[in-house]
Design a protein around this ligand. Structure first.
Ligand code: GTP
Ligand code: MG
Length: 153
């Protein structure tokens, strides 16, 4: 099975967008296997975005994620192609390029306040899930109606 790390950023939490984000992933057919509210430490946020550490906006990005004005809602979603599909549901990094119908396309304006994160590859998903969650916080469970979501082929 494939899993991805999705996080509602503090602006998304503050603006009351959690329900809609969950609804979109659920209605697509994905399964929530972990969720928690967390104010990340600076170390966690820096590690999470370590690939961007030389970028001019890095410091601001880390302060935004760690301010504590509202928690990050960290989640793990599971299902076929969920890494790529999660990125499609979220939309482009810059809300100006994000299509209407995507989460960023519908709910935000600024690239520096783009409300949600999603893993961009299998490797990042593995890294991020283990960074934000302990093994015992991620649940293995089966959808009773899985046969209605997936064909054999
Ligand atoms: P994430 O899902 O959050 O990782 O976004 P992404 O994969 O679509 O983009 P990327 O990993 O390149 O950038 C991570 C985050 O840094 C973005 O989601 C933005 O919050 C922030 N960011 C990226 N580019 C800019 C920028 O030019 N200015 C500012 N202020 N923030 C940026
Ligand atoms: Mg990214």
């Amino acid at each position: 099975v494939e899993r991805t790390f999705i996080a509602l950023k503090p602006d998304g939490t503050q603006r009351g967008l959690l329900g809609d984000v969950i609804k979109r992933f659920e209605q697509k057919g994905y399964k929530l296997v972990a969720i928690k509210a967390i104010v990340p430490s600076r170390a966690l946020a820096e590690k999470h975005y370590e690939d961007l550490k030389t970028r001019p906006f890095f410091k601001g990005l880390v302060s935004y994620m760690t301010s504590g004005a509202a928690p990050v809602i960290a989640m793990v979603w599971e299902g076929k192609d969920v890494i790529r599909q999660g990125r499609r549901l979220i939309g482009a990094t810059n809300p100006l390029e994000a299509q209407p119908g995507t989460i960023r396309g519908d709910y935000c304006i600024s690239v520096g306040r783009n409300i949600i994160h999603g893993s961009d590859s299998f490797e990042s998903a593995e890294k991020e899930i283990s960074l934000w969650f302990g093994k015992s916080e991620v649940y293995d469970w089966q959808y009773g109606n899985a046969e209605w979501l997936y064909a054999d082929n």
